[in-house]
Design a protein around this ligand. Structure first.
Ligand SMILES: Cc1cc2nc3c(=O)[nH]c(=O)nc-3n(C[C@H](O)[C@H](O)[C@H](O)COP(=O)(O)OP(=O)(O)OC[C@H]3O[C@@H](n4cnc5c(N)ncnc54)[C@H](O)[C@@H]3O)c2cc1C
Length: 503
């Protein structure tokens, strides 16, 4: 085998790429991962600010407790035992708040879900029970989520149900609907568009268990990297793939922007498909497929404000807060930006030295890349850092101040507890993960155009496969299941599922 030649070349070292690499390497394949950044992990990256660890994206994960498929997949990948987990409150891992209202509606684990919402919705017990059952039944249609083989009939039927339409059909009052969809920033839900299955698959894992990874979710990427090395695989960092050379039998090699070539029998891409298409130099894909991919609407981008808190200054509760200032959990940034910023998600971390007090809080809101158009030709990532201009810094701080003014008014005591802040914008998300327009979760799923939501792991180019959040579902759970689906194309589904179940 020539140098830089592999059984599988994997494009992108986020969760999808790393997990696929580990699965294939465990099956004896000679694998390499090409990652454009210095830090692997994609949305699992973390960073230190003022000597404090922050997650860049992933703040909590569903389904890591024993008994759920994600736990089993991570066990098979050899990383479960190395993860240090912090469990969020089972009686309300998420708290949903509206406007100035004092009620804090808890989203609790499955066993206590109804009991904890009953005080607020005493007449809707049956609706809540039916909702829980529907989450389970809908998720079950996607058999791979339960590490089973299955047919696609039920799955296809559920693709055209919207989350809002389905909850109304169940008889949920408008306030209960607002609460059940209150954490929709997790999957960028859109009223009358987002399919119920997207809500169900995003929610099912959290209803089972909700954890933070300590000290940060980048541990998952680090452990996968270690496991990959142990299995003989290799990661090339600072390798930005710019071109895929197509020959008669499919892709021959991936070329990096510095000219290096990586040859392979198989290529697996976790890169956003519309970026991937631009890298192909042949005509292996159908024009209709290319057109469909390029036309897919994307989930919006976001801003994350990371606050370092003074020791012992702000209490910690093991839960996240989703606050909807306008009272509407489905409000979205409008073209005029009139209601911006609305939904805010607050993710806290506990101070190890002072249990009961928070060390940090990260605030996520939707944001529009268009607002940053003036700086869209600049790039700022560690290793290729071109500091953006002062007017960019001023603009982003002004936007952060606008968000924080609202936050501080709603959460008394928080302002006085802050000692430092750092802000990530849509450009940061774009540059660190390579997603189109800084989109948080890739293509937007649309129940009114169900066929658009389907993307197969196999492409028309015989040795090019897709994986990652752009394939089926985003999120740690969704991307892990996609890695299994993709690798099963090379290893066989029966074999792989058996290996995972027996791990
Ligand atoms: C702000 C935010 C918050 C989130 N919060 C949560 C959460 O709390 N819980 C949860 O479960 N999920 C969460 N998610 C979703 C979850 O993080 C993602 O769905 C998942 O991590 C995506 O993994 P991926 O491998 O598909 O893509 P990515 O993580 O985006 O990885 C793609 C990789 O490809 C690399 N790449 C791109 N282009 C190139 C190129 N040309 N050459 C080489 N490498 C390239 C990128 O640098 C990146 O490392 C969040 C996402 C975001 C953005």
């Amino acid at each position: 085998m020539q140098e830089n030649s592999f059984d599988a070349v994997i494009l992108g070292g986020g969760l999808g790429g790393l997990l696929s690499a580990v699965i294939l390497a465990k099956a004896g394949m000679n694998v390499c991962v090409l990652e454009k950044n210095r830090q692997v992990g994609g949305s699992l990256q973390s960073f230190a600010f003022q000597k404090t660890a922050f997650d860049s994206c992933v703040h909590y994960i569903g389904g890591l407790k024993e008994g759920h498929s994600l736990h089993q997949i991570f066990r098979y990948a050899g990383i479960m035992e190395g993860l240090k987990l912090h469990e969020l409150r089972e009686e309300g891992f998420d708290q949903i708040l509206f406007g100035e209202e004092q009620n804090s509606y808890p989203i609790a684990g499955r066993a206590h879900f109804v009991e904890h919402l009953m005080p607020y919705f005493p007449k809707e017990k049956a609706v809540m029970e039916a909702y829980l059952e529907d989450i389970y039944q809908t998720a079950s249609q996607f058999s791979l989520y339960f590490l089973r083989q299955g047919n696609s009939e039920g799955k296809i039927a559920s693709m055209s149900l919207t989350m809002t339409g389905h909850l109304r059909a169940l008889g949920a009052s408008e306030r209960l609907l607002q609460v059940l969809l209150g954490n929709n920033l997790l999957y960028s839900g859109v009223a009358d568009v987002t399919p119920f299955y997207v809500h169900a698959l995003s929610t099912d894992g959290y209803l089972h268990s909700a954890h933070k990874v300590l000290p940060a979710s980048s541990q998952i990427a680090k452990l996968l990297w270690r496991e990959l090395q142990q299995q003989g695989g290799v990661i090339y960092r600072h390798v930005a793939v710019s071109r895929l050379h197509e020959g008669a039998g499919g892709i021959e090699y991936a070329e990096a922007s510095d000219g290096r070539r990586f040859y392979g029998r198989h290529f697996i891409s976790s890169i956003h498909p519309s970026m991937l298409i631009q890298m192909l130099d042949g005509s292996g894909l159908r024009p209709s497929f290319i057109h469909r991919i390029q036309a897919l609407p994307q989930t919006p981008s976001g801003m994350m404000i990371n606050l370092v808190l003074r020791p012992g200054a702000y209490h910690y509760e093991a839960c996240n807060i989703y606050w909807h200032p306008s009272g509407d959990s489905l409000a979205r940034p409008s073209a005029e930006g009139l209601i911006w910023p609305d939904t805010q998600a607050l993710f806290f971390s506990e101070d190890e030295k002072r249990p009961g007090y928070a060390a940090t809080v990260s605030i996520l809101v939707y944001a529009r890349l268009e607002d940053y158009a003036a700086w869209q030709d600049t790039e700022n990532i560690i290793g290729v850092q071109h500091r953006r201009s002062e007017d960019y810094e001023a603009f982003k701080e002004a936007q952060a101040d606008c968000i924080l003014k609202k936050t501080f008014a709603r959460f008394p005591g928080l302002k006085a507890a802050v000692s430092a802040q750092s802000v990530a914008t849509p450009l940061s998300f774009r540059d660190y993960t390579g997603t189109r327009d800084g989109s948080l979760y890739g293509p937007l799923k649309d129940a009114t155009h169900p066929a658009r939501n389907i993307m197969a792991a196999r492409t028309r180019i015989p040795n090019l496969l897709l994986t990652g959040q752009n394939l089926n579902m985003h999120g740690v759970m969704g991307v892990s299941v996609s890695a299994v689906a993709t690798c099963s194309e090379l290893l066989g589904m029966d074999y792989l599922l058996q290996q995972i179940r027996e791990a």
